[in-house]
Write a protein of this length. Structure first.
Length: 212
């Protein structure tokens, strides 16, 4: 998403505060962040449940006269993101995998086997990086559950990714209101994680080719 579109959506979200007030604003932001991955709503409206939303929450906290405190908002966003991914993982592991096991063809068995190998080798980084990519953050937790990724590895990766993304981007929005350079820094961070994701994917593909 381009910076122009990103900030246009953020501007619309900041307008919610005037309509619903501070306390409901907290609940709406946290609820949308959770629903983005926990209820898979982010697959349909990724920008209203993702980066633009939490960045705008930080902008609202920084605005003059706002009754939204940045630290409860930022920490709450991180927790909501973590809980949403935990639900996505649980649904994938306890409902998605049994459903697929009943309907396995050879192609599906091969796909699941490759997915399990990938998450065993690179799953921790995949979960962390996916938090910074709109559709990946919705799908990766559920696929990690379907692939039976080690729960404790997922738990820790989810905590790192959710807090870095949720708390970090909300705080970035807060400081962007007074320090314009923070806007550019937030995009630099996003680009770094996207490039790291691409590099990890290429490395995994090369490894699989050599193993084959």
């Amino acid at each position: 998403m381009s910076p122009v579109i990103h900030f246009a959506i953020s501007d619309q979200i900041t307008g919610w505060y005037d309509q619903i007030g501070p306390w409901l604003f907290y609940g709406v932001v946290w609820g949308l962040v959770f629903a983005g991955t926990g209820l898979f709503i982010g697959a349909f409206i990724p920008f209203v449940t993702g980066d633009s939303l939490v960045f705008a929450a930080g902008l609202v906290a920084a605005s003059a006269g706002s009754q939204v405190n940045i630290w409860p908002m930022a920490i709450g966003v991180g927790v909501a993101a973590w809980l949403g991914d935990q639900v996505g993982y649980t649904l994938g592991r306890h409902y998605g995998r049994p459903y697929l096991d009943k309907r396995q063809g050879q192609w599906l068995r091969n796909a699941i086997e490759k997915s399990e190998k990938f998450y065993a080798a690179w799953g921790w980084w995949a979960v962390v990086i996916a938090r910074f990519m709109p559709w990946a953050r919705v799908l990766v937790p559920a696929i990690a559950g379907i692939s039976h990724m080690n729960y404790y590895k997922f738990f820790s990766a989810n905590a790192v990714g959710a807090l870095a993304w949720g708390t970090g981007l909300t705080v970035a929005g807060y400081y962007a209101a007074s320090i314009p350079a923070v806007k550019n820094a937030s995009y630099a961070i996003a680009i770094f994680f996207i490039l790291a994701s691409f590099a990890a994917g290429v490395r995994t593909w090369i490894k699989n080719r050599r193993a084959a």
